[in-house]
Ligand binder design. Sequence first.
Ligand SMILES: Cc1ncc(COP(=O)(O)OP(=O)(O)O)c(N)n1
Ligand SMILES: Cc1nc(C(=O)O)sc1CCOP(=O)(O)O
Ligand SMILES: [Mg+2]
Length: 221
Amino acid sequence: MSERISAAVMRKSLGVYLVIGSINCRQEPLQVAEAALAGGATMIQFREKGPGALTGEAKLRLAEKLQAACRRAGVPFIVNDDVELALAIDADGIHVGQEDESAVRVRERIGGRILGVSAHTVEEARLAIHSGADYLGIGPVYPTGSKADAREPQGPGFIRRLRECGIGAPLVAIGGITAARAGEVIRAGADGIAVISAVTQAADVRKAVEELHAAADFEHE
Ligand SMILES: Cc1ncc(COP(=O)(O)OP(=O)(O)O)c(N)n1
Ligand SMILES: Cc1nc(C(=O)O)sc1CCOP(=O)(O)O
Ligand SMILES: [Mg+2]
């Protein structure tokens, strides 16, 4: 089993993190993913859920296509929720939330693969790190139309609070993030921005990712 990712590499991989499922896309998901990778997407999460989402063989086939695109681009491919799928295709990692399989159990199952865990409070963040999370997903920062059961938006102030409370782990902000908001989220202490609609709904996907990078203005770029 491979070694755990370092925090430094993890932070860089969170930069502009595309979360994608077939129901989010205006074009073929593979086309969207490839354009996003060409624009500099640093990691992709396959989140195939919601009304009309693919299941079974069709879900597996799409996962494999997106994974192959990520491999060509040299960026990590993460599966949302579905640990069986992640293991079956040898994905680079898995993202789970507070209502999913426990982070401790997922860490046991996935070995050194990347583990992302959603957290909504300081306590959840501490527990996620203790349970073996490689990064935290913090959201929603702003109102989102892409997750039916999203919680109340907490604003970028919550990211600042997590940092003030000593949470130093790699952290990505999610929920309603656009190029206009990317800068304030990074300045609040996030290592990256995770987006669905700002990229999947864009008329020019590649340009949308390039604009997110420019707006985030990462120190390491
Ligand atoms: C990067 C990132 N952060 C948070 C989430 C949300 O995960 P979760 O709370 O489990 O909700 P679903 O996405 O499963 O509906 C995420 N997927 N990615
Ligand atoms: C998948 C997801 N998780 C969230 C959370 O709050 O944990 S918000 C969200 C949807 C993000 O989509 P958009 O960029 O279109 O707002
Ligand atoms: Mg989940």
